[in-house]
Design a protein around this ligand. Structure first.
Ligand SMILES: N[C@@H](CCC(=O)N[C@@H](CS)C(=O)NCC(=O)O)C(=O)O
Length: 234
């Protein structure tokens, strides 16, 4: 049997809930070529928009430099980033460093690398759709924060969106947002619950989101990150 056939066979056999065939093949290929990239993740010393990427990096089980920029250092760093904003992920392969800005682009790259996508392009598009909705929700949170309207945001916009996700989980019917396995959108949705005060009470109204959140946070590598992550500013 050719090595690639054997690896494919092994990957299919091991294609359990949290390990996709793609993930395993990719990992083994990189291992044999000794081309494991290294990661430097730059964001503020906060959770906010950047934390879900830390969840994904933790899930991936890769070492990453968690570069937390202090407010006073931001003005000098800002012009060195691709679009004057964070998060930015630097991926170093050999001597080549590639910077990825835009949280959604970072998430999609990591999802492709570490098997957090679906089984085909259609599933991937739906996963990206949920990611984009969560990104919009975070934007709305940011706007409400800057205009001192967080109260109405958390009483109207936030529960409306959680109801959307509850309905979508109900429609998919198996505890994940898309297909039958974990995707980057599931992780993003779970991490968003970091921002809820009285989380238990709030999530009681959204039992499927609550169950997904529990499942994500009990994945050992994510649980470990949650245990050791710094508090940060927000
Ligand atoms: N669409 C971008 C938005 C990035 C963004 O708004 N970053 C904020 C922090 S959450 C930032 O860098 N603010 C500082 C600034 O703009 O100077 C993404 O999803 O990454």
């Amino acid at each position: 049997m050719k090595t690639s056939t054997f690896l494919l066979f092994l990957a299919i056999v091991l294609n359990v809930q949290y390990i996709s065939a793609f993930n395993l093949i990719h990992f083994l290929q990189n291992l044999f070529r000794n081309e494991q990239p290294t990661y430097k993740y730059t964001y503020f010393d906060a959770r906010l928009r950047g934390e879900f990427i830390r969840f994904i990096l933790s899930y991936a089980g890769v070492e990453f430099e968690d570069n937390r920029v202090k407010g006073e250092d931001w003005p000098s760093l800002k012009p060195t980033t691709p679009f004057g904003q964070v998060p930015v992920l630097e991926v170093k392969k050999g001597s080549k460093v590639t910077e990825i800005a835009q949280s959604q682009a970072i998430a999609r790259y990591l999802a492709n690398e570490f098997g957090l996508y679906g089984r085909n392009n259609l599933e991937n598009a739906v996963i990206d759709m949920y990611g984009a909705q969560l990104g919009d929700l975070f934007d709305a949170f940011s706007t409400s924060f800057n205009s001192n309207t967080t109260l109405s945001f958390f009483t109207e916009v936030w529960p409306r969106n959680f109801q959307f996700f509850e309905d979508r989980l109900n429609k998919n019917g198996n505890g994940f947002l898309v297909g039958k396995r974990l995707s980057w959108a599931d992780i993003y949705l779970s991490q968003m619950t970091d921002f809820i005060q009285n989380k238990d009470e709030f999530l009681n109204k959204f039992p499927l989101v609550k169950a997904l959140d529990k499942k994500v946070r009990s994945i050992p590598k994510i649980a470990d990150w949650i245990k050791r992550r710094p508090d940060g500013d927000f």
